[in-house]
Design a protein around this ligand. Structure first.
Ligand SMILES: Nc1ncnc2c1ncn2[C@@H]1O[C@H](COP(=O)(O)OP(=O)(O)OP(=O)(O)O)[C@@H](O)[C@H]1O
Length: 249
């Protein structure tokens, strides 16, 4: 089997001596959509940040694309992070720039490509997310669902093999959210991009997740791992069952 895209070994994070999670161990395989799920405040976003080195680990190792992020010097670390796309929940587009200019921004920052090449790549990425006709629009002129699509296009500007999405369906109505899920599946299938998606939206988890882990605040760590549909149908863990069956725990 090929090297996993992510290997998380016994990860722990604590803030001011308070453990958020510990002993978090999992692998993300090439080409899959891997979901990090769990209730509010269980540490999903913190885990995402820890995986890319934005939050320090108090224990464990995170290997991304085969490299131990914590063991790299600044240059190697920047080079590795350049190969990873992130769309933050709060990752708003720059309001004064068109969608095309927003997508071009990472290309301008990280490549020496001339402007026409950048423009062509930005158009292609916007086309991939179904916004080929909207490239000259400003963020204020588009819907929330379109803004998320544009955010994904921007995160894909540098063709990352690994893409993190932090709560992509936050703030979207169910139909728009389902459309975004479909897009994520299409991109994964068409491009082979590996996705790590943080979400607590049950519909999304079941629609897109090949595999998932579930974090839990009380347990301060993982309480489940596997195919979300199997967890829904077969888990004996009361919190996992409650989550998937939408019952109060
Ligand atoms: N920089 C920080 N300093 C101190 N505490 C923090 C910091 N970042 C997060 N926390 C705490 O860590 C816990 C987990 O937060 P996190 O945002 O990762 O949860 P989450 O599962 O993503 O929640 P939600 O679904 O509500 O976004 C929370 O109690 C939060 O207050």
């Amino acid at each position: 089997m090929s090297e996993p895209v992510i290997r998380a070994e016994n990860l722990a994070v604590a803030f001011d001596g308070r453990t958020i999670f510990k002993d978090v161990t999992f692998e993300v395989r090439r080409g899959e959509i891997f979901v990090i799920l769990g209730g509010s405040g269980c540490g999903k976003s913190t885990l995402l940040k820890a995986l890319i080195g934005l939050v320090p680990l108090s224990a464990g190792h995170a290997f991304l694309l085969g490299e131990d992020l914590g063991a790299l010097d600044d240059t190697a670390r920047r080079a590795l992070l350049r190969r990873i796309g992130v769309m933050w929940q709060s990752g708003a587009l720059f309001g004064s720039m068109t969608l095309a200019e927003n997508v071009e921004l990472p290309l301008e920052e990280h490549t020496a490509l001339p402007r026409p090449a950048r423009e062509a790549l930005a158009r292609a990425k916007l086309g991939l997310v179904g916004l080929g006709d909207a490239s000259a629009r400003l963020p204020a002129e588009i819907s929330g669902g379109m803004a998320k699509r544009a955010g994904i296009a921007r995160a894909m500007a540098l063709d990352p093999p690994l893409l993190f999405l932090d709560e992509p369906s936050a703030g979207l109505d169910p139909i728009t959210s389902a459309g975004l899920d479909k897009l994520i599946r299409e991109i994964a299938r068409e491009t082979g991009t590996t996705f790590v998606v943080v979400t607590h939206e049950l519909q999304s988890i079941l629609a897109i997740g090949d595999r998932c882990i579930m974090l839990d605040k009380q347990a301060q760590g993982m309480i489940a791992e596997g195919d979300p549909k199997r967890l829904r149908d077969e888990s004996d863990h009361p919190t996992v069952r409650a989550f998937f069956r939408r019952e109060a725990a």
